[in-house]
Design a protein around this ligand. Structure first.
Ligand SMILES: C[S@@+](CC[C@H](N)C(=O)[O-])C[C@H]1O[C@@H](n2cnc3c(N)ncnc32)[C@H](O)[C@@H]1O
Length: 210
């Protein structure tokens, strides 16, 4: 039996529920982690497309000044964390994910060249083990946004990227209007949208401290 369509429907449903009611995450966390732990060994093959990180990269091109500390949240096997590290060789990069097996695979994917710059950690985006303003760039590739935590761990003037490899067809997807509304309410501005067909991304900047 092919569980993939079922898993994709579950991912879409989970995203819709959590974006509306983040407090309900505790009901969905275990099943989400189980599902991605199960997918981890195949994840690189699932994501093996040249365009997988195209929208993320398009948004990164507009991040200026270069970040010193960057977080790739829901990193999976680490692909987008490596994209950040190569684009900004001076940045310290953390890739974090709920699923332990994803993090194991990400660590296996670390090349010697990036070992000093990138590290991977198990963490839940709903309650991150990082201090306030810990990062000046946070990126999400096909990942559910937990807006209050994103706001908390980003420094004033820091950048946020929310990218979807397959645009609106991505199982984990949040429309740009919704992203802008949630982020605007928290003082984010300077929104820019990117389309790399089929990928889409939104770049936003957290307000500087008054
Ligand atoms: C669709 S995959 C995307 C992986 C990777 N960013 C990519 O684009 O290939 C979503 C990832 O987010 C992780 N994830 C889901 N909810 C999470 C949470 N609350 N905190 C941290 N990671 C989470 C999953 O374990 C999974 O690895």
């Amino acid at each position: 039996m092919n569980f993939q369509p079922l898993a994709q429907r579950f991912a879409r449903l989970t995203t819709d529920i959590v974006v509306r009611r983040p407090r309900l995450w505790f009901l969905l966390r275990r099943a989400t982690r189980f599902q991605f732990d199960r997918l981890a060994p195949q994840w690189d093959a699932i994501r093996a497309s040249e365009t997988a990180y195209a929208p993320y990269e398009a948004a990164l091109e507009r991040v200026e000044p270069p970040p010193k500390r960057a977080l790739d949240l829901g990193t999976g096997t680490g692909g987008a964390a490596f994209v950040i590290a190569r684009r900004f060789p001076e940045a310290e990069v953390v890739g974090a994910d709920l699923a332990e097996r994803m993090i194991e695979c990400a660590r296996e994917n670390l090349t010697e060249e990036l070992r000093r710059q990138v590290r991977f950690e198990v963490a839940d985006a709903a309650k991150l083990p990082y201090g306030e303003a810990a990062f000046d760039l946070v990126g999400l590739s096909n990942m559910i946004p937990f807006f209050d935590e994103l706001d908390r761990v980003l420094s004033p003037g820091g950048f946020l990227i929310v990218a979807f490899s397959g645009g609106a067809e991505t199982p984990i997807y949040v429309p740009p209007e919704r992203l802008r509304a949630e982020l605007g309410r928290r003082g984010f501005a300077d929104f820019a949208e990117f389309s790399t067909n089929p990928g889409t991304a939104l770049l936003a900047r957290k307000a500087e401290r008054a």
